[in-house]
Design a protein around this ligand. Sequence first.
Ligand code: ADP
Length: 267
Amino acid sequence: MAQDDYVQFVGVQKTYDGETLVVKNLDLNIRAGEFLTLLGPSGSGKTTTLMMLAGFEVPTHGRIFLDGKPIDHVPPHKRNIGMVFQNYALFPHMTVEENLAFPLNVRKIGKAEIETRIKRALGMVQLSNLGKRRPGQLSGGQQQRVALARALVFEPKLVLMDEPLGALDKQLREQMQLEIKHIHRNLGVTVVYVTHDQSEALTMSDRVAVFNDGVIQQLAKPDDLYERPQNSFVAQFIGENNRLRGKVVAMNGTGCQVEIDGGGRVE
Ligand code: ADP
Protein backbone atom coordinates (compact mmCIF):
# COMPACT_ATOMS: atom_id res chain seq x y z
CA MET A 1 0.00 0.00 0.00
CA ALA A 2 1.41 3.40 -0.98
CA GLN A 3 1.85 5.85 1.88
CA ASP A 4 -0.78 8.28 0.61
CA ASP A 5 -3.51 5.64 0.15
CA TYR A 6 -6.34 6.33 2.57
CA VAL A 7 -8.63 3.47 1.54
CA GLN A 8 -7.71 0.10 0.16
CA PHE A 9 -10.01 -2.68 -1.09
CA VAL A 10 -8.13 -5.97 -1.40
CA GLY A 11 -9.80 -8.85 -3.27
CA VAL A 12 -13.24 -7.73 -2.09
CA GLN A 13 -16.25 -9.77 -3.15
CA LYS A 14 -19.89 -9.39 -2.19
CA THR A 15 -22.88 -11.64 -2.70
CA TYR A 16 -26.30 -10.96 -1.18
CA ASP A 17 -27.91 -14.33 -1.83
CA GLY A 18 -24.90 -16.60 -1.48
CA GLU A 19 -24.68 -17.08 -5.25
CA THR A 20 -24.61 -13.99 -7.44
CA LEU A 21 -21.50 -11.88 -7.04
CA VAL A 22 -22.47 -8.23 -7.24
CA VAL A 23 -18.91 -7.10 -6.51
CA LYS A 24 -16.23 -9.33 -7.98
CA ASN A 25 -12.71 -9.39 -6.66
CA LEU A 26 -12.32 -5.67 -6.23
CA ASP A 27 -8.86 -4.16 -5.77
CA LEU A 28 -9.00 -0.41 -5.38
CA ASN A 29 -6.72 2.13 -3.71
CA ILE A 30 -8.07 5.59 -2.92
CA ARG A 31 -5.54 8.30 -2.17
CA ALA A 32 -5.79 10.68 0.74
CA GLY A 33 -7.48 13.89 -0.39
CA GLU A 34 -8.62 12.68 -3.78
CA PHE A 35 -12.09 12.93 -5.30
CA LEU A 36 -12.79 9.47 -6.65
CA THR A 37 -16.03 8.64 -8.42
CA LEU A 38 -17.60 5.22 -8.89
CA LEU A 39 -19.39 5.56 -12.23
CA GLY A 40 -21.52 2.91 -13.91
CA PRO A 41 -25.00 1.85 -14.94
CA SER A 42 -27.68 0.94 -12.44
CA GLY A 43 -27.03 -2.41 -10.76
CA SER A 44 -23.28 -2.44 -11.47
CA GLY A 45 -22.26 -2.63 -7.79
CA LYS A 46 -21.40 1.01 -6.98
CA THR A 47 -23.66 1.45 -3.96
CA THR A 48 -22.70 -1.95 -2.58
CA THR A 49 -19.05 -0.91 -2.76
CA LEU A 50 -19.82 2.36 -0.96
CA MET A 51 -21.92 0.57 1.68
CA MET A 52 -19.05 -1.80 2.45
CA LEU A 53 -16.78 1.19 2.95
CA ALA A 54 -19.41 2.83 5.17
CA GLY A 55 -19.60 -0.37 7.21
CA PHE A 56 -23.30 -1.00 6.41
CA GLU A 57 -22.45 -4.10 4.40
CA VAL A 58 -19.72 -6.67 5.09
CA PRO A 59 -17.61 -8.16 2.28
CA THR A 60 -18.20 -11.85 1.60
CA HIS A 61 -14.46 -12.16 0.85
CA GLY A 62 -11.49 -9.84 0.98
CA ARG A 63 -10.65 -6.90 3.20
CA ILE A 64 -11.00 -3.16 3.35
CA PHE A 65 -8.37 -0.96 4.99
CA LEU A 66 -8.93 2.58 6.24
CA ASP A 67 -5.82 4.62 6.88
CA GLY A 68 -3.83 1.40 6.99
CA LYS A 69 -6.08 -0.45 9.47
CA PRO A 70 -8.61 -3.18 8.68
CA ILE A 71 -11.90 -1.27 8.72
CA ASP A 72 -13.61 -3.86 10.91
CA HIS A 73 -11.00 -3.13 13.59
CA VAL A 74 -11.93 0.57 13.69
CA PRO A 75 -15.08 1.29 15.74
CA PRO A 76 -17.73 3.16 13.68
CA HIS A 77 -17.42 6.41 15.67
CA LYS A 78 -13.65 6.49 15.04
CA ARG A 79 -13.88 6.01 11.28
CA ASN A 80 -14.36 9.73 10.66
CA ILE A 81 -16.72 9.15 7.75
CA GLY A 82 -19.45 11.58 6.66
CA MET A 83 -22.26 10.38 4.40
CA VAL A 84 -24.63 12.11 1.99
CA PHE A 85 -27.42 10.29 0.16
CA GLN A 86 -30.00 11.22 -2.43
CA ASN A 87 -32.91 11.09 0.01
CA TYR A 88 -31.73 13.62 2.50
CA ALA A 89 -33.10 11.74 5.55
CA LEU A 90 -33.49 14.90 7.63
CA PHE A 91 -35.70 14.86 10.73
CA PRO A 92 -38.79 16.82 9.63
CA HIS A 93 -39.78 17.99 13.13
CA MET A 94 -36.36 19.52 13.88
CA THR A 95 -34.91 22.79 12.64
CA VAL A 96 -31.84 22.76 10.43
CA GLU A 97 -29.63 23.55 13.43
CA GLU A 98 -31.24 20.80 15.50
CA ASN A 99 -30.75 18.34 12.64
CA LEU A 100 -27.05 19.16 12.63
CA ALA A 101 -26.72 19.16 16.43
CA PHE A 102 -28.45 15.81 16.92
CA PRO A 103 -25.63 13.46 15.86
CA LEU A 104 -23.11 15.59 17.76
CA ASN A 105 -25.22 15.51 20.94
CA VAL A 106 -25.34 11.74 20.63
CA ARG A 107 -21.54 11.77 20.62
CA LYS A 108 -21.51 13.99 23.70
CA ILE A 109 -19.64 16.85 22.07
CA GLY A 110 -19.76 20.08 24.13
CA LYS A 111 -22.41 22.72 23.44
CA ALA A 112 -19.98 25.51 22.44
CA GLU A 113 -18.11 23.18 20.10
CA ILE A 114 -21.41 22.07 18.53
CA GLU A 115 -22.41 25.69 17.90
CA THR A 116 -19.05 26.45 16.30
CA ARG A 117 -19.23 23.42 14.04
CA ILE A 118 -22.81 24.14 12.96
CA LYS A 119 -21.96 27.75 12.15
CA ARG A 120 -18.95 26.67 10.10
CA ALA A 121 -20.83 23.93 8.23
CA LEU A 122 -23.82 26.13 7.41
CA GLY A 123 -21.40 28.81 6.16
CA MET A 124 -19.73 26.26 3.87
CA VAL A 125 -23.03 25.29 2.25
CA GLN A 126 -24.28 28.90 2.20
CA LEU A 127 -27.21 28.39 4.52
CA SER A 128 -26.11 30.60 7.43
CA ASN A 129 -29.42 32.44 7.61
CA LEU A 130 -31.74 29.43 7.40
CA GLY A 131 -30.71 27.53 10.54
CA LYS A 132 -34.04 28.08 12.30
CA ARG A 133 -36.18 26.63 9.50
CA ARG A 134 -37.54 23.11 9.33
CA PRO A 135 -36.76 20.91 6.28
CA GLY A 136 -40.34 21.31 5.01
CA GLN A 137 -39.71 25.06 4.69
CA LEU A 138 -36.71 24.53 2.39
CA SER A 139 -36.35 23.75 -1.32
CA GLY A 140 -34.93 20.41 -2.46
CA GLY A 141 -31.57 22.02 -3.17
CA GLN A 142 -31.47 23.63 0.26
CA GLN A 143 -32.36 20.33 1.92
CA GLN A 144 -29.50 18.68 0.09
CA ARG A 145 -27.18 21.42 1.38
CA VAL A 146 -28.35 20.64 4.92
CA ALA A 147 -27.58 16.96 4.33
CA LEU A 148 -24.11 17.98 3.16
CA ALA A 149 -23.64 20.23 6.21
CA ARG A 150 -24.71 17.34 8.44
CA ALA A 151 -21.87 15.25 7.00
CA LEU A 152 -19.41 18.13 7.48
CA VAL A 153 -20.16 18.75 11.18
CA PHE A 154 -18.39 15.47 11.91
CA GLU A 155 -15.22 17.06 10.49
CA PRO A 156 -14.80 13.87 8.46
CA LYS A 157 -11.63 12.73 6.76
CA LEU A 158 -13.66 10.72 4.29
CA VAL A 159 -16.99 11.76 2.74
CA LEU A 160 -19.14 9.19 0.95
CA MET A 161 -21.80 10.48 -1.43
CA ASP A 162 -24.36 8.31 -3.20
CA GLU A 163 -26.13 10.09 -6.07
CA PRO A 164 -26.45 13.17 -3.82
CA LEU A 165 -27.70 15.41 -6.62
CA GLY A 166 -29.99 12.91 -8.34
CA ALA A 167 -33.20 14.61 -7.21
CA LEU A 168 -32.20 18.11 -8.34
CA ASP A 169 -32.89 19.83 -11.66
CA LYS A 170 -30.03 20.30 -14.12
CA GLN A 171 -29.15 23.89 -13.29
CA LEU A 172 -29.11 23.31 -9.55
CA ARG A 173 -27.17 20.10 -10.04
CA GLU A 174 -24.44 21.90 -11.94
CA GLN A 175 -24.27 24.63 -9.31
CA MET A 176 -24.03 22.07 -6.49
CA GLN A 177 -21.33 20.16 -8.38
CA LEU A 178 -19.17 23.28 -8.31
CA GLU A 179 -19.90 23.87 -4.64
CA ILE A 180 -19.07 20.30 -3.67
CA LYS A 181 -15.79 20.58 -5.59
CA HIS A 182 -15.06 23.86 -3.83
CA ILE A 183 -15.71 22.30 -0.40
CA HIS A 184 -13.56 19.30 -1.32
CA ARG A 185 -10.68 21.55 -2.30
CA ASN A 186 -10.99 23.76 0.77
CA LEU A 187 -11.24 20.96 3.30
CA GLY A 188 -8.81 18.55 1.65
CA VAL A 189 -11.06 15.61 2.54
CA THR A 190 -11.13 12.35 0.62
CA VAL A 191 -14.40 11.98 -1.31
CA VAL A 192 -15.87 8.78 -2.76
CA TYR A 193 -18.79 9.75 -4.98
CA VAL A 194 -21.29 7.44 -6.67
CA THR A 195 -23.14 8.43 -9.83
CA HIS A 196 -24.47 6.96 -13.07
CA ASP A 197 -24.08 10.36 -14.73
CA GLN A 198 -21.01 10.45 -16.97
CA SER A 199 -20.71 14.22 -17.23
CA GLU A 200 -21.02 14.64 -13.46
CA ALA A 201 -18.25 12.09 -12.91
CA LEU A 202 -15.98 13.56 -15.53
CA THR A 203 -16.45 17.16 -14.34
CA MET A 204 -15.94 16.58 -10.66
CA SER A 205 -13.41 13.81 -10.19
CA ASP A 206 -9.68 13.45 -9.86
CA ARG A 207 -10.13 9.82 -10.91
CA VAL A 208 -13.10 7.76 -12.05
CA ALA A 209 -13.62 4.01 -11.55
CA VAL A 210 -15.95 2.81 -14.31
CA PHE A 211 -18.02 -0.12 -13.03
CA ASN A 212 -19.90 -2.72 -15.00
CA ASP A 213 -21.33 -5.95 -13.66
CA GLY A 214 -19.41 -5.78 -10.37
CA VAL A 215 -16.03 -5.17 -12.00
CA ILE A 216 -13.98 -2.01 -12.45
CA GLN A 217 -13.53 -1.74 -16.21
CA GLN A 218 -11.13 1.17 -15.99
CA LEU A 219 -9.75 3.41 -13.27
CA ALA A 220 -8.35 6.61 -14.70
CA LYS A 221 -8.32 10.38 -14.76
CA PRO A 222 -11.24 11.89 -16.71
CA ASP A 223 -8.98 12.89 -19.61
CA ASP A 224 -7.67 9.36 -19.94
CA LEU A 225 -11.19 7.96 -20.05
CA TYR A 226 -11.99 10.34 -22.87
CA GLU A 227 -8.85 9.72 -24.78
CA ARG A 228 -7.84 6.19 -23.93
CA PRO A 229 -10.88 4.05 -23.10
CA GLN A 230 -9.50 0.61 -22.33
CA ASN A 231 -12.34 -1.41 -23.75
CA SER A 232 -15.57 -1.14 -25.69
CA PHE A 233 -17.72 -0.84 -22.58
CA VAL A 234 -15.87 2.24 -21.37
CA ALA A 235 -15.83 3.78 -24.85
CA GLN A 236 -19.57 3.27 -25.22
CA PHE A 237 -20.48 4.24 -21.69
CA ILE A 238 -18.53 7.47 -21.84
CA GLY A 239 -20.39 7.83 -25.12
CA GLU A 240 -21.24 11.33 -26.21
CA ASN A 241 -18.85 12.74 -23.65
CA ASN A 242 -15.97 11.15 -25.47
CA ARG A 243 -14.27 14.04 -27.24
CA LEU A 244 -12.56 11.62 -29.59
CA ARG A 245 -15.74 9.63 -30.27
CA GLY A 246 -14.61 6.09 -29.59
CA LYS A 247 -16.79 3.89 -31.74
CA VAL A 248 -17.21 0.17 -32.08
CA VAL A 249 -15.90 -0.89 -35.48
CA ALA A 250 -15.96 -4.68 -35.18
CA MET A 251 -17.35 -7.41 -32.97
CA ASN A 252 -15.86 -10.82 -32.44
CA GLY A 253 -16.23 -13.68 -29.99
CA THR A 254 -14.12 -12.08 -27.29
CA GLY A 255 -15.36 -8.51 -27.49
CA CYS A 256 -15.38 -5.42 -29.61
CA GLN A 257 -12.75 -3.48 -31.42
CA VAL A 258 -13.05 0.22 -30.83
CA GLU A 259 -11.60 2.84 -33.11
CA ILE A 260 -10.83 6.22 -31.65
CA ASP A 261 -10.86 9.23 -33.97
CA GLY A 262 -7.29 10.41 -34.01
CA GLY A 263 -5.81 7.00 -34.54
CA GLY A 264 -6.01 5.03 -31.29
CA ARG A 265 -7.43 1.55 -31.38
CA VAL A 266 -8.32 -0.64 -28.43
CA GLU A 267 -9.52 -4.22 -28.21
P1 ADP B 1 -25.60 0.32 -8.29
O1 ADP B 1 -25.29 1.19 -7.12
O2 ADP B 1 -24.49 0.31 -9.30
O3 ADP B 1 -26.93 0.62 -8.92
P2 ADP B 1 -25.99 -1.81 -6.37
O4 ADP B 1 -24.73 -2.00 -5.62
O5 ADP B 1 -27.09 -1.03 -5.71
O6 ADP B 1 -25.67 -1.20 -7.80
O7 ADP B 1 -26.59 -3.23 -6.74
C1 ADP B 1 -25.81 -4.25 -7.35
C2 ADP B 1 -26.67 -5.50 -7.43
O8 ADP B 1 -26.92 -5.99 -6.12
C3 ADP B 1 -28.02 -5.28 -8.09
O9 ADP B 1 -28.31 -6.40 -8.88
C4 ADP B 1 -28.97 -5.19 -6.92
O10 ADP B 1 -30.25 -5.63 -7.26
C5 ADP B 1 -28.32 -6.12 -5.90
N1 ADP B 1 -28.59 -5.69 -4.50
C6 ADP B 1 -28.28 -4.49 -3.96
N2 ADP B 1 -28.62 -4.45 -2.67
C7 ADP B 1 -29.16 -5.65 -2.37
C8 ADP B 1 -29.70 -6.26 -1.18
N3 ADP B 1 -29.74 -5.59 -0.03
N4 ADP B 1 -30.15 -7.53 -1.26
C9 ADP B 1 -30.08 -8.23 -2.42
N5 ADP B 1 -29.58 -7.74 -3.58
C10 ADP B 1 -29.12 -6.47 -3.56
